[in-house]
Write a protein that binds this ligand. Structure first.
Ligand SMILES: Cc1cc2nc3c(=O)[nH]c(=O)nc-3n(C[C@H](O)[C@H](O)[C@H](O)COP(=O)(O)OP(=O)(O)OC[C@H]3O[C@@H](n4cnc5c(N)ncnc54)[C@H](O)[C@@H]3O)c2cc1C
Length: 454
């Protein structure tokens, strides 16, 4: 059915909401972004996104979508102190007992704090004349018309006055994150129960911010240091950020939570497979307190499985699917969904929800397979392993080893991890024989200290 495209509302002004607003501006006369927090121009952390204090990596897929929607934004971030670099030439990866080959793979990235990235995206989104921000307002619930079986607007509550009002809209997009109430609303409108898949991982984060000195960490812009599952549950991400900072997140899954006192935090870091975090902070104290976060489970809500769905309503971002954060996928997945929304609207109005949720299901399938595939290596993680799980896991271990010395495997590996290529492409013939030849034998300990020339 044709929909008028006068006004769209996005509720939730974080990365999914910002991406959605940008996409909708291509198709609607007006877009209103409703956000509960007061969004100042400061990059201080805000209440609605407590995760933003922790290391946030942007995958190459997300980097490309942001660069496409907001030309020159990456240059502006760099001018503000963010650091650009090659994903494997300038960023270091220790996984499965070895450093990945430090050599340019051609995939571009940037390291920056999450609040700073979000602020920059927000500035660019709000610079578009069609988009208006309604901040300090709670999206209370969408307005559903049982006669036409469509959502016709959103009830909002002004935070400071408590006043409730209704905004009319042709389309409402729920980008409320994991706390979204869409399943409850849909059930109350008679659409039945939204089923969900959960893979509990119980990961805890503890993050400190430190001064960055020239020459730190072999002159790189960051590193991931991961213990090998299932023996180790521990992990660290060191990310460069604006204002000469390192954001250092320690993480432990299956309730192996890192402490937030600096002494305990350093003890935890000492148990990582390389001493780099300990070396980096040995003569530094954290700037401000070490902050923590707990994430219970990978969760996928299957909106695509509902038999029917109201017109004028969509759900996206973490509200649909959220992943164990150590794989750094959420922002890039949300942005990929925003681009898909753009494509679905360009193709017309018929069956919009059905087409959009089909796309979302396709988009989340790969990051879900990557995140849960790694998490399932822990026997304690509950859930049905996919067919061939043990063989694929062994193959991927060899692929990790091969990527410590083979630049072709390395590139494909990061294309897959960055959601630019599907996981089965790791097994394409041109890659598989390199994995078999390069992934066996004793692990050659490559050094991250110098970049290899191809
Ligand atoms: C600890 C941690 C680390 C992470 N690390 C990474 C990483 O390295 N890389 C990566 O890509 N992703 C990472 N993620 C995931 C990433 O943060 C999210 O996927 C991303 O922010 C997109 O989420 P979202 O916009 O759907 O929801 P959220 O970011 O949760 O945003 C929801 C928004 O809705 C607003 N809101 C809530 N209720 C209301 C209401 N009633 N009315 C109006 N507004 C409301 C909130 O204030 C907020 O702005 C991490 C997540 C966690 C938890």
């Amino acid at each position: 059915m044709e929909m008028t495209r006068r006004h769209a509302i996005v509720v939730g002004g974080s990365m999914a909401g910002l991406g959605a607003a940008r996409a909708l501006a291509n198709h609607f006369d007006r877009v209103t972004l409703v956000e509960r927090d007061e969004l100042t121009t400061s990059t201080a952390n805000r209440k609605g996104t407590p995760q933003a204090q922790h290391a946030h990596g942007l995958l190459a897929s997300g980097y490309r979508i942001l660069s496409g929607y907001f030309p020159k934004m990456m240059d502006e971030l760099v001018a503000d102190g963010a650091m650009p670099g090659d994903l494997t030439g300038d960023f270091l990866w220790y996984q499965y007992g070895g450093w990945k080959l430090r050599s340019n793979c051609g995939l571009e990235g940037i390291v920056v704090s999450r609040p700073h990235l979000e602020r920059k995206v927000r500035e660019r989104v709000l610079a578009l004349p069609k988009i208006t921000l309604l901040q300090g307002h709670d999206g209370k619930e969408p307005v559903f018309d049982p006669g036409t079986r469509r959502v016709t607007g959103l009830r909002v509550r002004n935070h400071s006055t408590g006043a409730i009002s209704t905004l009319d809209a042709d389309l409402v997009v729920d980008a409320l994150g994991r706390g979204s109430s869409s399943p409850k609303w849909l059930a109350s409108w008679g659409y039945g129960e939204v089923t969900e898949t959960n893979v509990p991982i119980e990961v805890g984060y503890a993050t400190g911010v430190f001064e960055r000195h020239p020459g730190d960490l072999y002159g790189s812009i960051g590193a991931v240091i991961a213990g090998t599952a299932p023996q180790s549950t521990r992990y660290a991400a060191i990310l460069g950020a604006e204002s000469n900072r390192w954001i250092i997140t320690l993480a432990g899954c299956l309730r192996d939570y890192p402490p937030t006192d600096f002494t305990g935090w350093k003890e935890f870091a000492r148990t990582l497979p390389t001493p780099d975090v300990v070396d980096l902070v040995k003569d530094r104290a954290p700037i401000g307190p070490i902050v923590s976060y707990r994430f219970p489970a990978n969760r996928h809500r299957h909106y695509e499985k509902l038999k029917d769905f109201p017109d004028g309503y969509l759900v996206m971002g973490d509200a649909v699917c959220s992943f164990n954060p150590i794989y750094g996928q959420g922002m890039s997945v949300a942005l990929t969904e925003a681009r898909a929304l753009d494509g679905c609207l360009a193709a017309g109005d018929d069956d919009l929800a059905k087409r959009f949720f089909r796309e979302v299901t396709r988009i989340v399938a790969n990051p879900w397979a990557i995140a849960t595939g790694e998490d399932y290596r822990y026997p304690k993680v509950e859930g049905r392993r996919p067919p061939g799980f043990t063989i694929v896991s062994r193959y991927m271990e060899r692929a990790h080893r091969a990527a410590t010395k083979d630049a072709v495997v390395l590139r494909r590996f990061f294309e897959v991890a960055s959601l630019l290529a599907p996981p089965p492409s790791m097994m394409a013939p041109g890659i598989a024989w390199r994995v078999f030849l390069g992934g066996g034998g004793v692990l050659r300990k490559t050094s991250p200290a110098r970049k290899a020339t191809p």
